[in-house]
Design a protein around this ligand. Sequence first.
Ligand SMILES: [Fe+2]
Ligand SMILES: [Fe+2]
Ligand SMILES: [Fe+2]
Length: 418
Amino acid sequence: MYKGVSVSLFNLVLSFSDALDLASPELAQHQIRTAYIAMELAKEAGMNKDDIENLVVAALVHDIGALTPEEKINLHQADTVETEAHCVLGEHLLQNVPVFIPAAKIVRLHHHKWLDWAPSVEMPLTAQAQILSLADIVERSINRSKYILHQINTIINMVTPLADKEIQSGLIDNLKDLSKREDFWLTIVSPRLYSLLMHEASSRGIVLDMADLRDVSEVFRNLIDFRSRFTATHSAGVSTSGALIARYFGLTLYEIQLMEITGNLHDLGKLIVPNSILEKQDKLTAEEFSVMKQHSYFTYVVLSTVRGLEEIAESAAFHHEKLDGSGYPFHLTYRKLNMLSRILGVADIFTALLEDRPYRAGMQMTEAMGIIKDMAEKGALDMKVVNVLEENLDDIADETKRRQAYVREYYEKVFRPA
Ligand SMILES: [Fe+2]
Ligand SMILES: [Fe+2]
Ligand SMILES: [Fe+2]
């Protein structure tokens, strides 16, 4: 029987949303809270269930186009800051996946002012984008160091003048009605908000199969990699070379497909590493390196909370582990490292050595292979995996370069205009 995967879209988006907000403690749960506020406003406005679910998905990833933690913090703090760019990039990232298309349109318009809406704009998009806009403003105006119920009047007074300028006035009335309920405010700041949304918001229960999951993994791959030109095609390279090694190794189609997705997601936890460290010109200090070291741990935290992704979570998070226990952060040894994580470990180093880094140029193939073989001889990497790589080097290297060139073209065109 063919083995596949089945993952709840909603569970996945919720966990990934959490990851996007790990960038800074002041942003923690920004998108999840915004999604809850938007959901309650939409119910109050009488929106139907399907439109609410699309709105909640959009809200959970609405700032996905702000690629760096620095940019996210800026958007969170200032009202005058330029907001168009992250809306455009957010739509670009999301529209490549069929299940995200309704959310992509809402994200594109989440800072669009009511005054600027053309009357021709389709419903329910107008309502969804306006609700998201209001929910985002409300969430950002919450003072995290004060008790929430003491802030209700301040928040309402701040939002009221926006009526019919930034936000359609009916929605402000909806907010005023909602704000009489203490439970609305208390839930926004509840540490249990994740599970609450998990149970409440998904009416359709959309399930992703292997092909959908691959598409979604590419969105997050781009998001992770496009933060820096140095890493712009890194995960694409790891995914391609890892899947090819798996194929030459004789693994099953199911495992090869898992490898492809795992390669795309292995550095997910890097979303919390600031660009000042990611793009540093010199060698990282011990302190900076310990910040960097969190990334594979956070890859684990995020992926392992999605039911159905357990295998991917383990292989992805173990990509800096070494067979002799000298890796991080779990210090596993060969007994615990399965074939997928061993292949991923080799594919990651292989890809990285050939890429430019801020502090060095990409290596030549012979030099890179020398380093990899040396690591295998010392017992850090799996020699069998390294042999398969070496025996099929031309094919693996060509295909990986081709794939990386394709992704780089997209990156240069859309994300890094000259
Ligand atoms: Fe935004
Ligand atoms: Fe936001
Ligand atoms: Fe990594």
